[in-house]
Design a protein around this ligand. Sequence first.
Ligand code: BG6
Length: 492
Amino acid sequence: RKDDLTTIVVFGASGDLAKKKTFPALFHLYVSNLLPLHSRIFGYARSNLSREDFEARVTANIGKTPEERAKIPGFLKICDYIQGQYDKGEDFRRLLENIVKQERVMTADIYSDYENAVINKRNKRVFYLALPPSQFVSVASQIKQNAYDPKHVNRLVIEKPFGNDSESSHQLSEDIGKLFSEDEVYRIDHYLGKEMVKNILALRFANVFYQAVWNKEHIANIQIVFKETIGTEGRGGYFDNVGIIRDVIQNHLLQVLSIVAMEEPSSLKSEDIRDQKTEVLKKIKPIGLDQVLLGQYTKSADGSKPGYKDDAGVPENSNTPTFAEMVLEIDNDRWRGVPWVIKAGKALDNAKVLIRIQFKERSGDMFPDLARNELVVQVSPEEAIYMKTLVKEPGLSTNLTISELDLTYRSRFEGIKIPDAYSTLILDVLNGDHSNFVRADELEEAWRIVTPLLHQIDSGKVEPLPYPYGSRGPEGVDEFPELRAGYKVPEI
Ligand code: BG6
């Protein structure tokens, strides 16, 4: 609502996430007039930043066009920096004083008295933790003790990693759950803010023709693919404790899978959606070693690109996978018997994130030996939906050919700027919409699926297969799903 007062505190304001994602997203909302009229943003961090230093960080990644640049001074006016420790009550109390001071200033514009605004729950305080997970609980607990007031609307935003296996994730949820109610917590998985991921719901449930064929009767297999061309490039020290499964599969790709696979929610309300996502994850058994092909990249064939183990911080004997391909099954009436192939890797031959749904062959003798229909939803690099469709070869021929109904967003929705995932997610937080955030029970299910496998990898029992930087993946990458599915799954 226009007369709401909104305060956003960005913890970790001097860090990379804030600089690259959080501040640009807030600026984007500001420029688009989507930040509530009465908003204040506080950056909070340990570093002793001057006003200039702070402004330099806030503006480092914004203002690409002259129109945007013209809005920077106005944006900076609503931003303030507060230096403080993450474990000192007095610093958080000082933060609260500043919040209240600014709220009173904002109230003066619209309400006769501050208490009235508070009583009507017109005050929102969003605490955004752009921090490493080791700080989550301590900062959340400082907020709770020193900067939390139940008379206001309080929201806590955190971002993955949420633990590194079932147990640690459960512990984190429990610790956070003692401080903030689930309703107050927003767990960011930035894939849920991506245009084409958000689109799945519309595609599936607003179109009668997809709704009708979205099941094992008509679908042969589904592939969810995440390919990057870059390796870990200097992040190896961090990545080695993570690996590709924790980095993108447990979170981003299982989230995508749950939306593609879930039953129709009874409404668009966030809890109805999240109930269905959780339900479908419950129907997936933990992945066994025989369901997965693991790889680790080595030097490129021409020697120009380094191998994973050449990255500083990666131990010589590391068995951390930088590639994983797995075939899952969902044990419910809609999907029983349909293979779900998840493929993710770094340092591969091309950069693509997509969902590919391959339909079964048409039955009957009228058109024998036809290629299969496919629906592809491309998440990146370019948003697109295309449907491989059989048509008669144009002209005098009566042969059939496979072509594409192509909905490439750049050409179809010319001039529309697709927002960064973080802008849409922060807007959701401001609106109190949880649909695109991960609930504790969903998180638990996703970890349950991958934890036994991760433990086997962590204990050193598994050796990933080598693949050269820039290749399609380890040997067997194309045959692996075929072996599991019992028929050829098309290559990507
Ligand atoms: C992050 C991973 O969560 O997602 C990165 O930690 C990965 O390793 C990134 O590169 C991919 O996100 P996007 O938005 O670039 O597809």
